[in-house]
Design a protein around this ligand. Structure first.
Ligand SMILES: NC(=O)c1ccc[n+]([C@@H]2O[C@H](COP(=O)([O-])OP(=O)(O)OC[C@H]3O[C@@H](n4cnc5c(N)ncnc54)[C@H](O)[C@@H]3O)[C@@H](O)[C@H]2O)c1
Length: 361
C-alpha cells in the first residue's frame, strides 16, 4: 500500500516535498496552513485533495495518514514535529531541525517514544554530486579526512527584513541556522565525528541595509525585528582530531555567492560546489564534484560527472524519506545527526557571544 502523507505549511519547499513523495510512490492527500488562502493556492498547483488550517484538524480528519512533512518557520518545527509523532506519524521536517539542541533532544525523544521515523531535509546530501562524492569516500578514495571547509557565503542575500527569518525568536538565528547545509554536508563526508571544541565569531553588519537584500525570501515587514547575525566564521575540532572551518553569510563583502564543501584526506582531497549563475537562482547554477590526488608520482585532478539536479537534491531527499518508510533505501539523514548539528550551532552562538572557545559535550 502506498504511503499516505500530509504537508504542514505551504511554504516554498512544500512543492519539493510533494514532488519527492509522489516520485517515490506516496500519495499526498492534504496540506495544512493557518494561512488557508496560501494552502488553497498550493492545492491549485498540486492535487493534494484536502486543505486544513492546522495539523490537529488534518490528523482528526485523516487518521489514515502514515507520514507528515513540516514546512513551517523554524520556531514551529518542534511543536508540529512532536504533535505529528505523538499522533504516530513518521515525520520529514525542513532544516534547521529546531531552534537549538534542547529542542532537538525533545524531538528525538518523541520519535523514539512513538517508534516513528524522524528525518530532516538536508537536501544537499541528495545532490548527485554529493552522492557521487560519498561513494568515492565510502570506497576509500579519500582515505581519512583530516580537515574540511564548509562555505555558504552570500554577498547580498538577506531573506526579507523584519520577517520571521530575521527575528531570532522565530528563526533561532541568521545564516548559521538558515544555511547549515554545507556544515551538515562536510560532517556527512567526515562520518559525523564527535565535535569537541568550537571557536566562532558572528557579525551583525548590514542587517538594516536593504542593498543587502536577496532575490528570494519573504516580504519585508515594516518595523519588524532584525536581531540575527549577518555572517559567521567558526572552527570546530573533533574527537578524531579532524578540524572543520565554517563560513556562512547573508551579507558580507565577498566577490560572489559561494556554496561548497572542500576536504583534505590522506589519499585525496575533494570539492563539491554549486556556483549560482545569478546569486541564489537555481536554474542557472553550475554544480561540480572534484577529487584531488596523487597518482604514479604526479598530481591529478579528477572531474566526477553527474546528472544535473536543479532542485539541489530537494526532490531526492523527500523521495528518500518515502523510500526509507517503504524499506527500499537507507536513510540519508538521521535525527541523531541532527542533534550533533544543533549542538554545534549552539556552540557557535555561545562562543561568538563570549569570545571564548566552547567545549561541546
Ligand atoms: N531546504 C531548503 O533548501 C530550504 C529553503 C527555504 C526554506 N527552508 C525551510 O523551510 C521552512 C519554511 O520556510 P519558507 O521559506 O517556506 O517560509 P514561509 O514563511 O514562506 O512559509 C511558511 C508557511 O508556514 C505556515 N505556518 C506557520 N505556522 C504554521 C503551523 N503551526 N502549522 C502549519 N503551517 C504554519 C505559514 O502560514 C506559511 O505559509 C523553514 O524551516 C525554512 O528554513 C528550507
Amino acid at each position: 500500500m502506498a504511503v499516505k502523507a500530509g504537508i504542514v505549511g505551504a511554504g516554498g519547499m512544500a512543492a519539493y516535498h510533494y514532488d519527492g513523495f509522489v516520485r517515490a510512490g506516496a500519495e499526498v492527500t492534504a496540506i495544512a496552513d493557518p494561512d488557508t488562502a496560501r494552502a488553497e493556492a498550493f492545492a491549485k498547483t498540486r492535487p493534494v485533495g484536502r486543505v486544513f488550517a492546522s495539523l490537529a484538524e488534518m490528523l482528526k480528519a485523516l487518521p489514515e495518514l502514515d507520514a507528515v512533512s513540516v514546512v513551517t518557520p523554524n520556531k514551529y518545527h518542534k511543536a508540529v514535529v512532536i504533535e505529528a509523532l505523538t499522533g504516530e506519524k513518521h515525520v520529514f521536517c525542513e532544516k534547521p531541525p529546531a531552534l537549538n539542541a534542547a529542542e532537538m533532544e525533545e524531538m528525538l525523544a518523541a520519535s523514539k517514544k512513538a517508534d516513528r521515523r524522524l528525518m530532516f531535509d538536508f537536501n544537499n546530501r541528495a545532490r548527485p554530486e554529493s552522492r557521487a562524492m560519498m561513494r568515492c569516500i565510502t570506497e576509500g578514495s579519500a582515505g581519512k579526512i583530516n580537515s574540511a571547509q564548509a562555505t555558504w557565503i552570500r554577498r547580498a542575500g538577506i531573506p526579507g527584513f523584519g520577517g520571521w527569518f530575521t527575528t531570532k525568536a522565530l528563526s533561532g538565528g541568521g545564516p548559521v541556522i538558515d544555511l547549515p547545509h554545507m556544515m551538515d554536508l562536510a560532517l556527512y563526508f567526515m562520518g559525523y565525528p564527535r565535535p569537541v571544541w568550537c571557536l566562532a565569531g558572528t557579525f551583525y553588519d548590514f542587517m538594516d541595509n536593504k542593498a543587502f537584500k536577496g532575490p528570494w525570501g519573504i516580504p519585508d515587514s515594516a518595523g519588524g525585528i532584525t536581531d540575527v547575525e549577518s555572517s559567521c566564521h567558526a572552527m570546530i575540532t573533533f574527537a578524531t582530531g579532524a578540524v572543520l572551518m565554517v563560513r556562512c553569510s547573508w551579507a558580507e563583502f565577498v566577490e560572489r555567492e559561494l556554496v561548497s564543501v572542500t576536504f583534505q584526506g590522506t589519499r585525496a582531497g575533494g570539492k563539491v560546489e554549486r556556483l549560482f549563475g545569478i546569486d541564489g537562482i537555481d536554474a542557472t547554477s553550475i554544480d561540480s564534484c572534484r577529487l584531488f590526488s596523487e597518482e604514479y608520482g604526479v598530481q591529478v585532478n579528477r572531474d566526477i560527472i553527474t546528472e544535473k539536479d536543479e532542485s539541489m537534491g530537494r526532490i531526492g531527499q523527500a523521495s528518500n524519506f518515502i523510500d526509507v518508510l517503504n524499506g527500499k533505501a537507507p536513510a540519508l539523514s538521521t535525527a541523531e545527526e541532527a542533534l550533533v548539528l544543533m549542538k554545534i550551532v549552539d556552540a557557535i552562538y555561545a562562543s561568538a557571544a563570549t569570545g571564548k572557545p566552547v567545549e561541546i559535550s
